[in-house]
Write a protein that binds this ligand. Structure first.
Ligand SMILES: NC(=O)c1ccc[n+]([C@@H]2O[C@H](COP(=O)([O-])OP(=O)(O)OC[C@H]3O[C@@H](n4cnc5c(N)ncnc54)[C@H](O)[C@@H]3O)[C@@H](O)[C@H]2O)c1
Ligand SMILES: O=c1ccn([C@@H]2O[C@H](COP(=O)(O)OP(=O)(O)O[C@H]3O[C@H](CO)[C@@H](O)[C@H](O)[C@H]3O)[C@@H](O)[C@H]2O)c(=O)[nH]1
Length: 437
């Protein structure tokens, strides 16, 4: 089938590449000319495991191409995916300007039947708005479909190629049939394509993200309470998660959720509720708790250094909002580092992939290290913000020799408290006993 994908961020790039992988002819449109040029030269603009192989294969097979021209994309595709940003607006709501402005252009440019597929995360009622905006100018038939995307950064290719479900909000039989044909190759036996109305599809995305953010936040509260009463959140997590009604995933406490989706989507649902006179009390709490959780280690760090961080050097391992990505949007590391800089600490930082993005944001405020061991050289403490695999089994002897004080503040509970105590470190983590040597 002939596909156009408008917007080549995470979602657009993965959607375009994976649809080409199943034999479709895909053209990706982006207004960022420099990015388009890079992609034409075979360069993947983001770090995402396994994407490079598929990307190269499909460019070489001439199934995947790039342009800055919306018109060219629209002329090529029968199915047009909108994978445009819907960032947080000043009042917390989703900024729909990208989606609506492109829709206006689509109305003026389409000449024959198209299915416009909204893959961006958008509030309930957006498909209807898009339909109306396109209809103002369109000289031909078209349908608008809502098809929210559930991929996770770091696992995006796998999530797209083997989705647990595909949600399609559509009230047109013609569009539904085309979408089913497009997605059939991705549906493994038992994993459904769920067809529903557009509004329900739009809300499904916000409900799923808000539920997951709430699940994490609940565990963060349990972890904070564990510290008050001397319980161990790892034990509680194991005890709870084995109940299949609860499930083991997304129960990991830490220094809060971040990323380009959970923070903005929870706020957007809260604001959308308010607009309808509905107060999402649970989401109000989730937002408040998560904001506080991002700096939950700060009092422990301050207390360890007797409330004087001036002149102290802290090594920071992990800057991305989670492992296997270079994305730093809403990363808890940012809040924590800003707070530590404010208190006068010097920070020597390392992340396997996110260093360029962090450097763009912090400039010369941080010292950028070449490796995880360079970062700890002569530092007074180690702070872990992201659970990259390489941080899980460090050379503890080397670590001990490099640090001027043997203390680790771990925002992701990477190590067993007893083991680390035996290695000779003071160790402060989330929801478990503190080790003070
Ligand atoms: N990142 C994720 O993991 C993820 C997962 C599921 C859903 N989503 C949702 O998908 C949407 C896109 O997210 P993203 O992270 O891929 O976005 P992004 O911000 O990474 O990228 C958006 C891209 O759109 C381009 N763009 C902007 N205006 C354009 C225009 N007028 N024409 C063509 N291109 C234009 C930008 O140059 C950029 O390359 C958002 O609604 C997001 O909430 C994201
Ligand atoms: O047990 C857990 C699981 C996750 N997190 C944090 O939660 C955030 C989000 O993690 P994850 O969901 O893995 O990353 P995203 O790539 O942001 O994916 C989410 O957001 C996407 C964009 O909407 C959706 O498509 C995905 O389904 C949804 O998982 C990160 O900061 C994680 O550190 C925890 O603190 N504890």
């Amino acid at each position: 089938m002939k596909i156009a994908v408008i917007g080549t961020g995470y979602v657009g790039l993965v959607t375009g590449t994976c649809l080409a992988e199943t034999g479709n002819e895909v053209i990706c449109v982006d207004i960022d000319a420099a990015k388009v040029e890079k992609m034409r030269n075979g360069e993947v603009p983001i770090y995402e495991p396994h994407l490079d192989v598929l990307f190269e294969r499909n460019i070489n097979a001439k199934r995947l191409s790039f342009t800055t021209s919306l018109e060219e994309g629209l002329n090529h595709g029968e199915i047009i995916f909108l994978a445009l940003p819907t960032p947080e607006d000043e009042d917390g709501s989703a900024d729909l300007s990208y989606v609506l402005n492109v829709s206006e252009e689509i109305g003026k440019l389409i000449k024959e039947y198209k299915v416009i597929v909204d893959k961006s995360t958008v509030p309930v009622g957006t498909a209807e708005k898009v339909q109306q905006i396109i209809a103002k100018n369109a000289q031909c038939d078209f349908d608008v479909v809502s098809n929210p995307e559930f991929l996770r950064e770091g696992f995006a290719v796998d999530d797209f190629l083997k989705p647990e479900r595909i949600v399609i909000g559509s009230s047109s039989e013609r569009a539904t049939a085309l979408m089913k044909k497009l997605y059939n190759p991705f549906v493994r036996s038992g994993n459904p394509i769920i067809i529903m109305d557009e509004k329900s599809a739009e809300l499904t995305k916000y409900a799923a993200n808000s539920f997951l953010a709430t699940k994490i936040t609940f565990m963060n509260e349990i972890a904070n309470y564990c510290e008050k009463v001397g319980a161990d959140v790892d034990m509680v997590r194991a005890g709870m998660g084995t109940d299949s009604r609860i499930g083991k995933r997304f129960l990991f406490p830490g220094i809060g959720y971040g990323g380009s989706c959970f923070p903005k989507d929870v706020k957007a649902l809260q604001k959308a509720g308010k607009n309808e006179g509905y107060d999402f009390k649970i989401l109000n709490s989730v937002i408040e708790i998560n904001a506080a959780q991002k700096t939950v280690l700060l009092p422990k760090i301050e207390s360890y250094f007797e409330n004087n961080l001036k002149g102290k050097t802290i090594a920071v391992w992990g800057l991305a909002f989670k492992p296997e990505t270079d994305d730093i949007r809403e990363a808890p590391s940012i809040d924590l580092m800003e707070a530590l800089l404010e208190k006068g600490a010097t920070l020597q930082v390392f992340d396997p992939e996110a260093m360029p993005n962090i450097e763009k944001r912090f400039g010369d405020k941080l010292k950028y290290s070449k490796s995880m061991y360079d970062a700890v050289e002569n530092a007074d403490a180690l702070l872990i913000c992201t659970e990259w695999s390489i941080f899980r089994t460090p050379d503890f002897k080397k670590l001990k020799d490099s640090l001027s004080r043997q203390v680790i503040f771990d925002g992701r509970n990477l190590y067993n408290t007893t083991d680390i105590e035996a290695e000779g470190f003071s160790y402060f983590s989330i929801g478990r006993r503190d080790v003070k040597l």
